[in-house]
Design a protein around this ligand. Sequence first.
Ligand SMILES: *Cc1c(COP(=O)(O)O)cnc(C)c1O
Length: 451
Amino acid sequence: MKIPYKTYLSEAQLPTAWMNLRHLVPHAPPILHPGTHAPVTLDLLSQVFVEELAKQELSDEKFISIPGEVLDFYRMIRPSPLVRAYALEKALDTPARIYYKFEGTNTSGSHKLNSAVPQAYYAKQQGLTSLTTETGAGQWGTALSMACAFYGIALDVYMVKISSAQKPYRKAVMETYGASVTPSPSNTTQAGRNALAENPDSKGSLGNAISEALEVAAGRENCRYVLGSVLQHVLLHQSVIGLEARAAMDSLEEYPDIVIGCAGGGSNLGGLIVTYAEDKIKGKASPRILAVEPASCPSLTRGTFAYDFGDVAKTTPLIKMYTLGSGFKPDANHAGGLRYHGMNTALSQLYEDGILEARAVPQRAVFDAAVLFARTEGTLPAPESAHAIRAAIDEALACKESGETKTILFGLSGTGYFDMAAYQDYLSGAMHDNIPTDETLARGFASLPKL
Ligand SMILES: *Cc1c(COP(=O)(O)O)cnc(C)c1O
């Protein structure tokens, strides 16, 4: 039987429960109260987050069932296809079999909608009337705007300034869905004014946009702050990627030798790998699992496993993670969704335990891969996703060298229609590889809290 180009699950085969990566690493360190340094309680987390999401954040259950109304929305946008990359394989002349799980088929253009939907749903259930959030590249803000429009919740988005300049139409999409969008740092919050006082030309960062969104939520009735990556409940929701991919791969009787994902805060990667990581931990199989990050923001490959704040203003609870320090200021890079100083705790623990590998790649090599992929597979990838493509191509080329017929599965987390400034930069030769020096990293590490 020739394996089809695309494999879709039927609606009846869609997962009805999320799988929790946290369950696989019970020894991963807890979130701490920033003042007392004691593990955070549900009460404390619920002051900042939607209560049900706070519960999920602290849960170590293996499965959490997906509410019926969320399943109904998922049925509008899922399943996503598992694609066999025949054309890319041919272009590379590799004996490897390459598959990708493509999350860019919905209007938001990325996997972010998988978590935006339950987050807005639980907010509605709790009777909240508005949410605030940050967005880097814009995919999360777009996804959350869609979900908030569906559930009738007001939304304020703080968008990293450089991204809002690079992608004006992202803002228009969010506004079309009814959200209010403010470039960050802004003068609407104390955190924003502080950042501007320090550097009036600041291009912004995710960490700073988070501080602004948190500040607004804290000062408003019936409002909470929500986040599109890094936290455990976000990875939980993204497990639909991995559960679907696993069912589709199993139906083809395929088992990956290597599973690859790009990693910003870790949600698409954590979602994709969840069943394969379980196999590896339980000794049932030994797939390689690879996180790919930008060389300009190398949280895993050059970071340190330490308690840190999630935001620049140092207001969040303390999370133990691979981090460059919340004071690390990544250079401008076109993969906005990967410009975050830290990494999800469970993934950080898997990396510490040797279950997860990591690799950092410079952006010009990433765009070489993105353009090759666009020209062969037809889909224009998001710059973030192209990090995974780069690694998949390098693994496939290694197979060509060694003659091994490996099976490679990677996550194609989104499309790049709003990233044309980045592609233009690459095509014109204006793109640079920004690699932080050890001195720059040392300044970031100096910002780590002393426990
Ligand atoms: C946000 C984003 C990422 C990075 O976030 P993770 O939480 O690490 O998945 C990667 N790809 C796309 C397309 C994104 O929008």
